[in-house]
Design a protein around this ligand. Structure first.
Ligand SMILES: Cc1cc2nc3c(=O)[nH]c(=O)nc-3n(C[C@H](O)[C@H](O)[C@H](O)COP(=O)(O)OP(=O)(O)OC[C@H]3O[C@@H](n4cnc5c(N)ncnc54)[C@H](O)[C@@H]3O)c2cc1C
Length: 466
């Protein structure tokens, strides 16, 4: 076994670890980035954000083609077919292209070494890297744990049967299933349910809590729930999945609901019941690093209980988003380089659920702001009358701007409308910079775009004043 030394070792080459390692190496520090998978990109690139949105793009194109006649376009059948092999090939090309590009960029940095293999702590200053070419020992000054998260297992009898998939497995299916039960009505469950429904799968959602999409703006989550049901995706909330069994080629999911036992049969079952920090096999017991089921315990500057070991991204717990992991990583890179570092604040985060219509959020919900003791009001705008939404034949949904009653500072922006994903840039900027309703009202938004909704909504709330 070879023994190497480095200033900084970063464990995990996802949206947390990769920019962190590159940032530190650009400043000339000796950095080793260790990645257990076959390429750089992490869950986001290989099993998360990117493949799911590639599938969504095909699903949305099929949806639009089905409606082509409404736009005066003929020559497209009522049920456009799906060539899954092409969808898969397109996915693989994008994934490998992005991963190769990240690796090529990393290799331009002379003080960065990328090692493929699995890292495990031997003691607080040494790890072993086990790769295809054997094991090496690495002694380091500082370490960053960025090992991400893994799908939480569904813990009911029968959940180990074939055909019970995690989101990672669903993103590698060989064909579009004819039917699917989705257990878990969180963001991933809702996205997958709609994507596969639009691709032709008969989908049902089972959710244990009284409502889907937990921490999302309540009225928008409710509205999206109604849209799911209207569009042919039954949603059963407040249910407890009891067991899963084989029923010929199908899987039968048995669940209790309001004291009754019900069951559903489907070709596949997708179990998306949350994600857990990925700490197994990392040898953290050889260090003083503390963790629990929510994640590795860190302080406000992401330092663990070991003064020379930090952690970032999904492994430290919620919120679990790629852009959040990257924002933490960039701040941590600056901090490790003794430069001024601005660590991201949860109340400034933004996110998108790529449902149809998309649900975007930036900052706090009305409920979240009130929990902080803030006196807030909400300005609303309906996309039913929006020019851009009408042109796209997507004229439904709602914008909700949460602002402080005392000074009209915008603390949250929530939009349910197809296109909300690209609205969230302006929303995130407004929240992060403490913009006021008057700023939205004064900004000259281009017509006809969905961004106009910010100005119209804010002006109406100000009674026409700017
Ligand atoms: C289905 C799905 C859809 C998603 N969609 C979105 C989305 O649209 N937008 C969004 O912002 N987020 C999305 N996410 C979340 C996003 O993928 C994660 O928040 C993000 O990947 C976290 O980045 P990370 O760097 O912390 O961890 P990861 O991306 O998980 O990277 C961790 C890396 O560490 C490596 N690793 C683990 N253990 C070891 C070890 N012992 N040694 C060496 N390497 C190790 C892993 O192989 C992995 O590459 C989605 C997630 C899923 C599952």
């Amino acid at each position: 076994m070879k023994t190497m030394t480095t200033d900084i070792v970063v464990i995990g080459g996802g949206p947390g670890g990769t920019p962190l390692a590159m940032g530190a190496a650009k400043a000339g520090r000796q950095v080793v980035l260790v990645e257990a998978g076959a390429g750089l990109g992490g869950t986001c690139l290989f099993h998360g954000c990117i493949p799911s949105k590639i599938f969504r793009e095909s699903a949305m194109l099929r949806y639009r083609l089905e409606r082509a006649r409404r736009f005066g376009i003929g020559g497209v059948g009522d049920r456009p077919t799906v060539d899954w092999a092409t969808v898969e090939r397109r996915k693989r090309t994008i994934l490998s292209g992005r991963s190769d590009a990240a690796l090529a960029k990393a290799r331009t940095l002379p003080s960065l070494t990328v090692r493929f293999g699995s890292a495990r702590f031997l003691d607080p200053h040494r790890i072993v890297i086990e790769g295809a070419d054997g094991a090496d020992e690495l002694r380091f000054e500082k370490a960053v744990i960025a090992t991400g998260s893994v799908s939480r297992k569904l813990n009911v009898p029968g959940s180990e049967l074939p055909g019970i998939l995690s989101s990672e497995e669903l993103l590698s299916v060989e064909r579009v299933p004819s039917s699917m039960v989705v257990i878990g009505g969180g963001p991933i469950g809702v996205e997958m349910a709609q994507i596969f429904s639009l691709l032709g799968t008969k989908v049902t959602i089972l959710e244990a809590l009284p409502s889907i999409l937990g921490p999302v703006d309540r009225s928008l989550a409710r509205r999206l729930g109604e849209i799911l049901v209207r569009d042919g995706i039954p949603v059963h909330t407040g249910v407890k999945v009891e067991r899963i069994e084989a029923a010929g080629d199908l899987r039968r999911v048995q669940y209790s609901s309001g004291g009754r036992t019900e069951s559903l049969e489907a070709e596949l079952v997708l179990a998306v019941v949350g994600r857990s920090p990925n700490v197994e096999g990392l040898g953290l017991e050889k260090t003083a690093v503390q963790f629990d089921a929510k994640g590795v315990k860190v302080d406000a500057r992401l330092k663990t209980a070991e003064p020379h070991i930090w952690a970032a991204g999904d492994v430290v717990g919620q919120p679990m988003f790629a852009h959040w992991a990257t924002a933490q990583a960039q701040a941590l890179a600056a901090h490790l380089l003794d430069r001024p570092a601005v660590f991201p604040r949860a109340e400034h985060n933004s996110a998108v659920i790529f449902s149809h219509p998309e649900l975007g959020m930036a900052g706090l919900t009305e409920e979240g702001a009130r929990e902080r003791g803030w006196d807030v009001e909400v300005a609303e705008y309906s996309y039913a009358s929006d020019a851009r939404a009408q042109i796209a034949d997507e004229a439904e949904g709602l914008l909700r701007i949460v602002y402080r009653s005392d000074n009209a500072t915008i603390v949250g922006v929530h939009a349910l409308v197809e296109g909300a994903a690209d609205l969230m840039g302006e929303a995130a900027l407004a929240v992060a910079t403490g913009a006021k309703l008057g700023d939205f009202a004064r900004a000259i938004h281009p017509h006809p775009t969905l961004t106009e909704s910010f100005g119209i909504c804010a002006s109406a709330a100000l009674g026409g004043r700017k």
